[in-house]
Design a protein around this ligand. Structure first.
Ligand code: SAM
Ligand code: MG
Length: 218
């Protein structure tokens, strides 16, 4: 089985369970046109986030890692009227592209609050608790993001951490890859942290071989 097969199956699934979505297509197109990297979640992963947030009944959502706001739109669409979403992004340029994409999607600053800066600095300034947290920024700080997310959670909060497999390299205890080191530190934290009941799932698809953590705050 190859990456091509995984991508073809993702496309097939998208055709079956996702509706045509010009707003999300435009968000990706404008992100690419602005020179942002193509590292947003895949459409079916975005839908998964949307479904998980709705299953959790989330009225308040925290995202770490905005990029052009693609996953942010999926998550904001899960909110009921009066819900709010805070998303943390290091790059002002990414935040500017995201703001425009979110406005086109119908989410103004009254619903989605973009906090620009290093997330480890901005997270302690936020008011929790959040009902749902999606962590998808730099990987070296994953453990710090999970710890900060726990401080902004309540029993019942859902926490999702993206990109924790690194094409299988996560099992390499000798790796010096900052991505792997960050993911392994986070798993060490999960092993020792009684407040978060979590699992991890490997995935394949149009974005290659990866995986995510899904956790419930106890
Ligand atoms: C994988 S992208 C986010 C993708 C987005 N969640 C989506 O799926 O559409 C990671 C983002 O995290 C941002 N980032 C990197 N380091 C960061 C930091 N220390 N604090 C906040 N954001 C950071 C990057 O600039 C980038 O925009
Ligand atoms: Mg990701």
């Amino acid at each position: 089985m190859t990456d091509n097969t995984w991508a073809a199956v993702d496309e097939y699934f998208a055709g079956a369970v996702l509706s045509p979505d010009p707003v999300l297509d435009a968000a990706l197109a404008d992100s690419a046109a602005a020179g942002l990297p193509s590292i947003a979640v895949a459409p079916n992963q975005g839908k998964l986030l949307n479904l998980l947030a709705r299953l959790a009944g989330a009225r308040s959502i925290l995202e770490i890692g905005t990029l052009g706001g693609y996953s942010t739109i999926w998550l904001a669409r899960a909110l009921p009227a009066g819900g709010r979403l805070v998303t943390c992004e290091y790059e002002q340029k990414h935040a500017d592209v995201a703001r425009a994409n979110l406005e086109r999607a119908g989410f103004g600053e009254d619903v989605v609050d973009i906090r620009v800066g290093a997330a480890l600095d901005t997270l302690p300034t936020l008011d929790g608790p959040f009902d749902f947290v999606f962590i998808d920024a730099d990987k070296i700080n994953l453990a710090g993001y999970v710890s900060a997310a726990l401080e902004l959670s309540r029993p019942g909060t859902t926490i999702v951490v993206d990109n924790v497999v690194r094409q299988g390299a996560v099992v390499d205890a000798e790796s010096t890859d900052s991505y792997v080191v960050g993911a392994r530190r986070m798993f060490e934290l999960l092993a020792a942290e009684p407040r978060l009941d979590a699992t991890a799932v490997q995935t394949v698809g149009g974005k290659g071989y990866d995986g995510f953590v899904l956790g419930l705050v106890c």
